[in-house]
Design a protein around this ligand. Structure first.
Ligand code: GLC
Ligand code: CA
Length: 515
């Protein structure tokens, strides 16, 4: 099959992460919700993404912003009702947008009826649905960095939790748990969702010996370390289930291990994840040496097994792109060009298309026990306060420069980051080389990163300048600037220079594949 005939939808789209609490508010209580999101679907359509990944909207006590779920098959009243989710699916599909839900298999809330039963007594039929031990080991939990074991006074044993004590880990080694969780997936697949982002999927299999881990002594958490063969067996089961459904449903895993080689293993032999997140580029500073290594590593590790890469430079757990790159708008715009021109499926975290910076929280406004509020602030829609939210103060303060960065302000500014994302996404949709072409590094000045994307007779060259000085970039033939991160010189011949902090996409003069 030629690449142009490769119609697998998830290889052809950019995916937009919706953090529903902060996207758009439909009922004016200061918290984003499903009706608010539905009302803004046209914004996403116009932006040019092809799919949404919706962070959790299930009933939850919200100790971990909804990643502590007490009912997998309903919607928290904060976000709406099940009927709203059904409407979201159909309204998204009407616009040609796919919808992915967040599936959280590793742990439930401690308020989930399963855990309430499990902790009720040692001989409860659901006791073994969670992991109970008489003695803790040295495993360390994420978010608060404390012990991964909490003592249950009532039943006189410790239970395991890789995250907060309010998030007990499920025992996937118990077949009843596997069946119950398969039923959860079926529930949503039957309603028409197009796939799932799977939360910390590398954590579901646990070391059956429960031996101490020396790396925990050195301060690492189990979420960074856990990498058990059994997680792969679980994934094969999930994949078989999903493959039974028509329409190319997709599994995207959050494999939070900082090694691309280890991440690659979670694609299995095309019988586990369709795609996995890969965090080294997200951790990387804005540095050409580091990015060159990260990209080569992806091409090497995933290329070997024809596994399809993903690219994400931020999400709801990390500082925003612009905040990590020193607040520089020019670097943020250059990063957008890179993100949307590498080989693989790009993920855009809501608000990065507006070049938002992290919001500032203090002791009074802080919500997340893990200190991750910065990137989770409400999106400013309108220039004027309260920026398209209601008079009620939203649940977190707006990010800095909310007026200048609001959607309304950026829509009318041709050189805005929002219009750059629209242009980039348009070019991706139009160019098979950018979507599906191979990736080949080109020789350049060490402060530049240059590569060629190529598919059949379609070709693009991308050049990113990481430096505060301009550099020459020499090419044979005549080239046209198709996209410039600062929008300078677009549709003009490329003169062989890349300005400070600028990134360019070039097409050959006279190419039939203009966009
Ligand atoms: C993932 C989520 C994060 C959450 C954790 C526990 O890493 O992205 O937000 O706290 O899992 O579910
Ligand atoms: Ca609301």
């Amino acid at each position: 099959m030629s690449a142009t005939q490769n119609l697998t939808w998830w290889k052809n789209v950019a995916i937009y992460q919706v953090y529903p609490r902060s996207f758009a508010d439909g009922n004016g209580d200061g918290i984003g919700d499903l009706p608010g999101l539905i009302a803004r679907l046209d914004y996403l359509k116009t932006l040019g993404v092809g799919a949404l990944w919706l962070s959790p909207v299930y009933p939850s006590p919200m100790c971990d912003a909804g990643y502590d779920i007490c009912d997998y098959t309903d919607i928290d009243p904060l976000f709406g009702r099940l009927a709203d989710l059904d409407q979201l699916i159909s309204e998204a599909h009407k616009r040609g947008l796919k919808l992915l839900m967040d599936f959280v298999p590793n742990h439930t809330s401690d308020q989930h009826p399963w855990f309430i039963e499990s902790r009720a007594s040692r001989d409860n039929p659901k006791r073994d649905w969670y992991l109970w031990r008489d003695q803790p080991n040295n495993w360390r939990a994420s978010i608060d960095g404390g012990s991964a074991w909490t003592w249950d006074e009532g039943s006189q044993q410790y239970y395991l939790h890789f995250f907060l004590p309010q998030q007990p880990d499920l025992n996937w080694h118990n077949p009843e748990v596997v069946e119950a969780m398969h039923n959860v997936l079926k529930f949503w697949l039957d309603r028409g969702v197009d796939g799932f982002r799977i939360d910390v999927v590398h954590c579901v299999g646990k070391d059956p010996t429960f031996a101490d881990d020396p790396r925990c002594m050195a301060g690492e958490t189990m979420v960074q370390i856990n990498d058990q063969p059994y997680s792969h067996e679980v994934l094969r089961g999930l994949r078989r289930l999903v493959d039974h459904y028509p329409g190319d449903r997709v599994l995207i895993g959050e494999v939070n291990i900082r090694s691309t080689a280890r991440v690659a293993a979670y694609y299995g032999a095309s019988d586990e994840l369709h795609m996995s997140f890969n965090f080294p580029p997200l951790d990387a500073p804005w540095d050409p040496v580091v990015f060159r290594l990260c990209i080569r590593e992806v091409e090497r590790c995933l290329g070997e097994q024809s596994a399809w890469p993903t690219w994400a430079l931020s999400n709801h757990d990390n500082s925003r792109i612009r905040s990590r790159y020193g607040g520089s708008l020019a670097r943020t715009n250059a990063a957008a060009v890179m993100l949307l021109s590498l080989r693989g499926t790009p993920f855009i975290f809501q608000g990065d298309e507006l070049a938002l910076e992290d919001t500032q929280v203090n002791a009074q406004t802080r919500v997340d026990p893990g200190g991750r509020d910065g990137s989770r602030a409400p999106l400013p829609w309108l220039a004027q306060t309260p920026h398209g939210w209601s008079g009620t103060a939203p649940w977190l303060p707006f990010p800095p420069e909310a007026e200048a960065l609001a959607v309304e302000t950026q829509e009318s500014a041709s050189d805005s980051t929002l219009n750059l994302y629209r242009r980039l996404l348009h070019c991706r949709r139009e160019s098979t080389a950018l979507r599906l072409g191979d990736w080949q590094e080109l020789p350049s000045h060490p402060q530049l990163l240059a590569y060629r994307r190529h598919c059949e007779d379609d070709e693009r060259i991308v050049c990113i300048n990481f430096d505060a000085a301009e550099h020459a970039f020499v090419l044979t033939g005549e080239w046209i600037v198709e996209v410039a991160s600062d929008r300078h010189g677009e549709d003009q011949p490329f003169a062989g220079l890349v300005a400070a902090h600028q990134a360019l996409i070039l097409r050959q003069k006279g190419s039939a594949h203009e966009c």
